[in-house]
Write a protein that binds this ligand. Structure first.
Ligand SMILES: NC(=O)c1ccc[n+]([C@@H]2O[C@H](COP(=O)([O-])OP(=O)(O)OC[C@H]3O[C@@H](n4cnc5c(N)ncnc54)[C@H](O)[C@@H]3O)[C@@H](O)[C@H]2O)c1
Length: 282
């Protein structure tokens, strides 16, 4: 399958990064969101991030201009009808993704691939909403997308080998490293990372150590570039809590129970960096 044009649904943190890497690697991108102001904000962010790459001599000023030219924005999905590949990076709510998958399934060609960047929703369940479950796949990028090398490529129960191969090859064209994973709550990345963060929060709740001390242990003892609580603040404590809940419900094992301190902080509106307060103040 020779994919040249891609649709990206959702122009938030991940969607703008995904549009950025596709366009920088020569693909024509149609970026969709519900309001033009979100698209304008995304283009502004992409422009700034490309400028950073120019400053680091990773790309030229001409590359930046050509990349931006390859990104078009729309609030109407109808324009996606001729696209062979659409990836979805909209808000992590099952009802929102349900609507998007049903609409796109009606709109795009029956053999087009429908990928999702979801962090925690079942690929199998999203596939079952469509008439093309063999064409539905997880393409899980990491934040910040232009920088992080990994793409978890997640097969739903019905995902075909042809779809998997197309998305694996696409990831390589984006200069990323695809890693194959099967569909299960949290996939591999969050299945392993979130319990680590959750346990780090327990150590703070139980007074074993301060957030600073916990993070120092991981930076100096395990050579992690940032400690688990700094990372949790960066990801968003509400996002961490949602993912723990998905794993707790989906895997049914009490070891995934969200730490009560995490629940309390989210209730207080302490969501990490984005709210100005989490384990640290920003
Ligand atoms: N933020 C991360 O670190 C991260 C990492 C990996 C995966 N993800 C996943 O990526 C997806 C997006 O996360 P994000 O952090 O970019 O969220 P975000 O809140 O920054 O952006 C979501 C965007 O989706 C748009 N949107 C909502 N409904 C829509 C619709 N019906 N059609 C088109 N656009 C719509 C919103 O307006 C918003 O601009 C989620 O599934 C999330 O789980 C996030």
């Amino acid at each position: 399958m020779d994919i040249k044009r891609v649709g990206v649904i959702g122009a938030g943190t991940m969607g703008n990064g995904i549009a950025h890497v596709f366009a920088r690697c020569g693909f024509e991108v149609l970026l969709c969101d519900v309001e033009q102001r979100f698209l304008d904000r995304a283009l502004e962010t992409i422009g700034k991030n490309l400028e950073r790459e120019v400053a680091k001599n990773k790309i030229s000023a001409d590359d930046k201009a050509a990349t931006l030219k390859r990104i078009q924005t729309v609030t109407d999905y109808a324009k996606l009808s001729g696209y062979e590949f659409v990836t979805e990076a909209a808000t992590e709510k099952f009802e929102i993704k349900t609507q998007i998958f049903r609409d796109l399934d009606r709109l795009i060609a029956p053999d087009a691939i429908l990928a999702t960047n979801t962090s925690s929703i079942s690929i199998t369940k999203l596939g079952a909403l469509t008439k093309r479950p063999e064409k539905v796949i997880g393409m899980h990028f990491f934040n910040p997308v232009p920088v992080m090398k990994l793409v978890e490529v997640i097969r739903g129960l019905a995902t075909s080998q042809e779809t998997f191969t197309a998305v694996r090859d696409l990831s390589v064209k984006l200069e990323k490293t695809p890693v194959e994973v099967n569909d299960a709550p949290g996939f591999v990345s969050n299945r392993v990372l979130m319990p680590l963060i959750n346990e780090a929060i327990y150590t703070v709740m139980e007074g074993v150590a301060t957030p600073e001390a916990v993070d120092e242990v991981f930076k100096l003892g395990m050579a992690h570039p940032m400690g688990p609580l700094t990372l949790a603040d960066f990801i968003g404590l509400d996002v961490c809590l949602d993912i723990m809940r998905v794993m707790h419900g989906g895997l049914g094992d009490p070891k995934y129970r969200p730490c009560p301190l995490l629940v309390k902080m989210v209730d207080a509106g302490w969501l990490g960096r984005k709210s100005g307060r989490g384990f640290y103040k920003y």
